[in-house]
Design a binder for this molecule. Structure first.
Ligand code: NAP
Length: 292
């Protein structure tokens, strides 16, 4: 749902006059989505910004990623900077049993918010990726979100409240040449978010799909090898994106951060599918450096 087409969501119905009476801040957010949050893929960049924003809104945080050193440092910084409880889990979202690394630090707490941020990606022609790497992207971007929504969604539905954020991409709005499998798996995440938003909104659960714009993360710089500030629309900072996304949770089904990005998304959404795929593919091609 685009912002202009908002409808009443689970959070708004649940909080009713309380939301109207209280300044947007930590209390309503914590009441809806606390006391614990889980951010999957949080050792740097956007995932770290999500974790810090959730802590700033008063939530305890479990952060997870593959690299032990960076994720332990993020958890320690959350404790010292925000005074919340924070735990770290070292796991690979591409592993079919990644929950085995997560459950020891989440089974004994009430998880009211899950942010699925980590991603698999490949930039280049489809035939250059190789079957194994493509399957790894499917494991991280398709199978792991299903596992995550099944595991945490179950207890949220039982409790009658909670929120889930699935981090998609503009490349998931239509097929994007040069990002074929990434684009297809991100379309899956956005569609899953839409479906669960509709299934669970009457049960008190807010599900939000994020159409990610260009974001200046370390991963973005490693993947694209070009200056994010030279894009037609400069990349957003992770902090800006995290704040906009968590502000939108409970108010929207799908959102694209950044006013200019949002406008572009509205225009794209109104186009025929073939034009969407061509526009996204051409825009992506224009961001690739010429090797000559
Ligand atoms: N950056 C952009 O321009 C952009 C654009 C559109 C959409 N998005 C979406 O925004 C999200 C974040 O983007 P990003 O990757 O640029 O930034 P990021 O949040 O800065 O970095 C990704 C995080 O995920 C972790 N991670 C990666 N693979 C993992 C795995 N297999 N298992 C566990 N953790 C894993 C990484 O840590 P470890 O390496 O320690 O595991 C890192 O902490 C993604 O969902 C992406 O699709 C980004």
């Amino acid at each position: 749902m685009l912002r202009a087409e908002r409808e009443t969501t689970a959070r708004e119905r649940r909080m009713g006059s309380f939301m109207a009476a209280v300044e947007p801040g930590t209390e309503p957010f914590r009441a809806c989505y606390g006391p614990w949050s889980v951010v999957l893929g949080a050792s740097e960049g956007l995932g770290e910004a999500f974790a810090r924003d959730a802590a700033g809104r008063g939530l305890n945080v479990v952060v997870a990623a593959r690299r032990a050193g960076p994720i332990e440092s993020v958890a320690a910084a959350l404790r010292s900077d925000f005074g919340v409880e924070a735990r770290a889990a070292v796991l690979d979202l591409g592993s079919p049993d990644f929950l085995a690394g997560l459950r020891p630090v989440t089974d004994d707490v009430d998880v009211g918010l899950v942010i699925f941020n980590g991603t698999g990606s490949f930039v280049g022609p489809f035939l250059d990726e190789g079957r194994d790497h493509a399957s790894e992207q499917v494991a991280i971007n398709v199978e792991a979100p299903i596992t995550c929504c099944d595991h945490f969604g179950r207890s949220m539905v039982e409790r009658g409240r909670g929120g889930i954020v699935l981090m998609g991409s503009g490349a998931g709005v239509a097929g994007t040449a040069g990002l074929a499998v990434y684009s297809a798996t991100k379309a899956f995440m956005l569609t899953l978010a839409q479906a669960l938003h509709e299934e669970w909104r009457a049960r008190g659960i807010d599900v939000l799909g994020v159409v990610g714009p260009a974001i200046d993360t370390p991963n973005f710089r490693r993947s694209f090898d070009h200056d994010p500030n030279q894009l037609p629309r400069p990349a957003m900072s992770p902090d800006e994106v995290a704040v906009e996304v968590l502000d939108a949770l409970g108010h929207e089904m799908e959102m694209m951060p950044g006013a200019a990005n949002h406008e572009g998304y509205r225009m794209l959404s109104a186009m025929p599918r073939i034009d969407q795929a061509r526009a996204l593919s051409a825009t992506f091609a224009a961001t690739q450096r010429s090797e000559s």
